[in-house]
Design a protein around this ligand. Structure first.
Ligand SMILES: [Cu+2]
Length: 171
């Protein structure tokens, strides 16, 4: 009798242990599915990167087009002769450059109006005030190049012969 009872107890304990073990395994198997998400997230995250880079490239491509239209800087020539500036009126676009060329025999000093303060053209940095200033007499054959970035009408003169005047119209 005692052996049978002992056998039944052992059987119950073993069976119970097996059931508990299987139940625990089942619990682990149920809780194990979550790991799959990482592989799902990995392929998803790399995908947006190439898409954004592909989208970024075409987005940048259109940008150069307006830049090329705007940024086609030209250089206009104004001749400085013994009788004055020729042409006296020059129309350019913002960002264009004007080359003042001394074709006369006397020194010429192109500079922003108004003589003698040279402060009409608003960009500063010249020897007196405006950056639109050759800052010295240019000998025959010499040139002074100035790029006009500010739109407006900018009268100028020859600082060595202030009665010689001209105007640059920046559109
Ligand atoms: Cu002057």
């Amino acid at each position: 009798m005692n052996k049978t009872l002992l056998f039944i107890i052992i059987l119950v304990v073993v069976f119970g242990g097996v059931v508990w073990f299987l139940g625990k395994r089942g619990g682990e198997e149920i809780s194990s599915p979550p790991p799959p998400p990482p592989p799902t997230q990995l392929p998803v995250s790399p995908t947006p990167t190439p898409i954004s880079s592909l989208v970024g490239s075409p987005a940048r491509t259109p940008t150069p087009t307006p830049t090329q239209i705007v940024a086609t800087p030209k250089t206009a020539a104004v001749n400085m002769t013994d009788s004055g500036f020729n042409p006296a009126e020059t129309t350019i676009n913002a960002g264009d450059t004007v080359r003042f060329v001394n074709q006369g025999n006397q020194a010429r000093w192109p500079a922003s109006a108004i003589h003698p303060t040279h402060d009409l053209y608003p960009e500063k940095g010249g020897c007196i005030s405006s950056s639109f200033d050759a800052c010295r007499g240019l000998a025959k054959g010499e040139s002074f190049l100035f790029t006009f970035n500010v739109k407006g009408s900018w009268p100028y003169h020859d600082h060595l012969a202030p009665s010689f005047k001209g105007i640059i119209i920046v559109q």
